[in-house]
Write a protein that binds this ligand. Structure first.
Ligand SMILES: C[S@@+](CC[C@H](N)C(=O)[O-])C[C@H]1O[C@@H](n2cnc3c(N)ncnc32)[C@H](O)[C@@H]1O
Length: 341
């Protein structure tokens, strides 16, 4: 299973070298054709089973991948869904009154039959940084206007063919086209905490450590368990231990594990015997683990912004790093942490 995944990743790496990246629309076309073949989806833009977005004056409603609606004003509940939001991050999808279509779907379909096909698009803006004099919604709206003028595409929030991504981080801007219909960064997590790490990041951190079969992998400050849960899902031939000193965090991790087990059971239609993971409450500065008993530690320590404080980190970091070095077996694994001084 792991070998197959690695092969698939290798194929993707090779593919990356062959795609016409200087022409993003070509890449999108290739991807769409591939997905159509692969999944036999009728249409990439079939979102018709989702509710229509209310686009009234000043309403900034955004439809997330889970089909739910969230207010795109800076809402702490949204922030929790994203990578440790020590940096402010704001996400909006273009909803300019002048851009979004108010036509009914029946109108759309009858028009489509008679007129040459015009691509439908929406812009989703991800903004992180303190010094912007615009919101992500304003950026999405203005950028959407420019896209519309340039390509003569039609803005459509729900029935779009192309999702244009506008990622703004401080004074950097990256424009892209979404190649997956659904973001994968929330996979496996149902119970979120104040600093839940994106599953995609957790996967990358684990992969950098090159886990080997039977490795014991520990996250001593697991929060909601994003890292060890990703580990137990993708490296199921290893044993994962998730620990945290907060009882609430341990409970969230346990809930996430149990939701995932139920989901797998429903999807596969058979009893799922469990996952190679345990969740425990402990102090990472005094781990109940034998010296030299752990192969890999992957963790995401508190930055001292949303969680803990920078002052406390001066004592916490040396104490827990020393304890981590005690429990690590020399010569196995590659230590990889997410440390922001
Ligand atoms: C940045 S959060 C980890 C977030 C986690 N990666 C997730 O996806 O939810 C840091 C975690 O360290 C925990 N923590 C802080 N001090 C600790 C200690 N001494 N022992 C164990 N855990 C600790 C906090 O309770 C918090 O859950």
């Amino acid at each position: 299973m792991l070998a197959r995944q690695e092969e698939a990743l290798k194929d993707f790496e090779d593919l990356a070298g062959k795609l016409p990246w200087s022409d993003p629309l070509k890449v999108w076309e290739v991807n769409t054709c591939f997905k159509k073949k692969k999944t036999k989806h009728k249409k990439m833009s079939v979102n018709s089973n989702k509710k229509k977005i209310v686009n009234g004056q000043g309403d900034k409603l955004d439809e997330r991948d889970d089909g739910g609606f969230v207010n795109s004003a800076l809402d702490s509940r949204i922030l929790d869904y994203y990578e440790n939001p020590a940096i402010k991050e704001e996400i909006s999808t273009l909803v300019g009154d002048d851009l979004a279509s108010s036509k009914t779907e029946t109108d759309e379909h009858s028009k489509e039959e008679t007129e040459p096909q015009v691509l439908k698009f929406r812009v989703t803006c991800n903004r992180a940084g303190e010094k912007h004099c615009f919101t992500s919604n304003e950026a999405a709206r203005d950028f959407g206007g420019a896209v519309q003028d340039h390509f003569k595409w039609k803005a459509d929030m729900t029935n779009f063919d192309v999702e244009v991504l506008l990622n703004i981080h401080d004074n950097e801007m990256v424009v892209g086209i979404a190649l997956t219909e659904e973001s994968l960064h929330r996979r496996n997590i149902t119970h979120f905490g104040p600093t839940t790490l994106r599953s995609t990041l957790a996967y990358g951190m684990l992969r950098l450590c090159a886990p080997q079969p039977n490795d014991i992998i520990v996250d001593p400050m697991c929060g909601t368990g994003a890292i060890p849960i990703e580990g137990a899902t993708e490296w199921s031939n290893c044993y994962h231990i998730a620990g945290d000193n907060s009882p609430l965090a341990v409970k969230r991790t346990a809930n996430n594990i149990s939701s995932l087990l139920t989901k797998n059971q429903v999807q596969e239609g058979k009893l799922c015997w469990g996952m190679p993971i345990d969740a425990v409450q402990w102090d990472s500065c005094n781990l109940p683990l034998r010296t030299g008993s752990v192969d890999i530690i992957v963790t995401d320590m508190p930055f001292g912004k949303r969680m803990g404080s920078k002052k406390r980190n001066w004592n916490l970091y040396p104490a827990c790093l020393q304890e981590m070095s005690r429990v690590c077996r020399p010569g196995t694994g590659i230590e990889n942490g997410n440390i922001y001084p």
